[in-house]
Design a protein around this ligand. Structure first.
Ligand code: NAD
Length: 299
């Protein structure tokens, strides 16, 4: 895996005038907020009305905090909010410069969504995926224009996490990578260009850590103590709280992709042949903050 400096792609590229995000969940909602907040209008498409409402509610809450802190006036908040256009249809996708796909972490769903999306946009539109772990080459395999596609991996919560991994697939063009780097910068983020592999860079480090934590749980450790100790070690939060933020469903699905990509190193999420502690949480519908119950309970 070779890190490439994003600076290499810093040539003058036309700024993204109109963006779109597919999926209005934790990540899609955050990406829409961040884009709107930095002035790039964004369409936010989901297949569920409730998801669109939740995505908008979250953005409204974040803008309202800025008004409270006197960083924005109510008029500015209204203007920025108007940059997010929720939709259930592909109606206006013909005028979009760049799309970030942020639907569930399932390769088959993502492949189907990307193929469908490609038929709805202009042939110059850049398509990106916010996948946490799925290889970009795998997602590109059924695309007609794989040169227009690369990864754009944000971290959660989007408005607070500076890093964005821009993943260059085998067929991604310099122009697609450069436009994605430029959009990440316009969103106030720090992009890094990485080569393609399951988990890219950050999740190749993070998932073994989750696996280690899961194994500790299976051996009877107390998750709150582990969290407190990892905070004392200097991390901003422990693994149980971080998993609640990520979502147990996303962690399990991403863990499967990592285990498939690196079977000898990742195995399952810590449980060997048995179900891991994280998988058991998922099966008990303890998804984390998204449904208010994970390792911790939320109001
Ligand atoms: P989520 O479950 O919160 O949201 C997914 C959304 O996608 C839902 O609102 C769902 O209705 C919608 N959706 C499903 N099929 C769709 C379709 N065909 N068209 C449009 N919308 C559709 O999930 P999330 O945590 O936001 O994760 C989304 C992606 O971002 C995943 O690939 C995940 O791996 C990645 N990611 C997640 C995190 C994290 O910490 N949760 C961090 C980085 C990247």
């Amino acid at each position: 895996l070779v890190k490439k400096k994003a600076g290499k792609y810093a040539k003058q590229v036309a700024p993204i005038q109109q963006a779109a995000v597919l999926g209005a969940g934790i990540m899609g909602g955050g990406i829409a907020y961040q884009s709107a907040s930095k002035g790039t209008p964004i369409l936010m498409k989901d297949i569920k009305e409730e998801a669109l409402e939740l995505g908008l509610k979250e953005a409204r809450k974040l803008f309202a905090k800025q008004v409270e802190r006197k960083k924005l006036t109510t008029e500015q908040m209204a203007e920025k909010l108007s940059h997010i256009r929720p939709t259930l249809s592909y109606g206006d996708f013909g005028h979009v410069d760049l799309v970030v796909e942020a639907v569930v972490e399932n390769p088959r769903v993502k492949e189907a969504v990307l193929t469908e999306l490609e038929d709805q946009v202009d042939e110059k539109t850049i398509l990106t995926s916010n996948t946490s772990t799925i290889s970009i080459d795998r997602l590109a395999q059924n695309l007609k224009r794989p040169e227009n596609f690369c990864g754009m991996h944000f971290f959660n919560p989007v408005h607070r996490m500076p890093l964005v991994e821009v993943i260059r697939g085998e067929k991604s063009s310099d122009a697609a990578v450069a436009a994605t780097v430029a959009y990440a910068r316009a969103m106030g983020k720090t992009p890094i260009v990485v080569n393609d592999c399951p988990g890219f860079l950050v999740n190749r480090v993070l998932f073994p850590y989750f696996g280690g934590f899961s194994l500790l749980m299976e051996q009877g450790a107390d998750f709150q103590r582990v969290d407190k100790l990892m905070e004392k070690f200097g991390w901003p939060m422990g693994p149980a709280y971080l998993l609640d933020v990520v979502g147990m469903d996303t962690a399990v699905h991403a863990g499967e992709v990592m285990a498939e990509g690196f079977p000898e190193r990742m195995g399952s999420l810590g449980g060997g042949g048995d179900k891991s502690a994280i998988q058991l949480m998922f099966e008990k519908d303890r998804l984390g903050q998204k449904n208010a119950k994970g390792f911790y309970a939320y109001e």
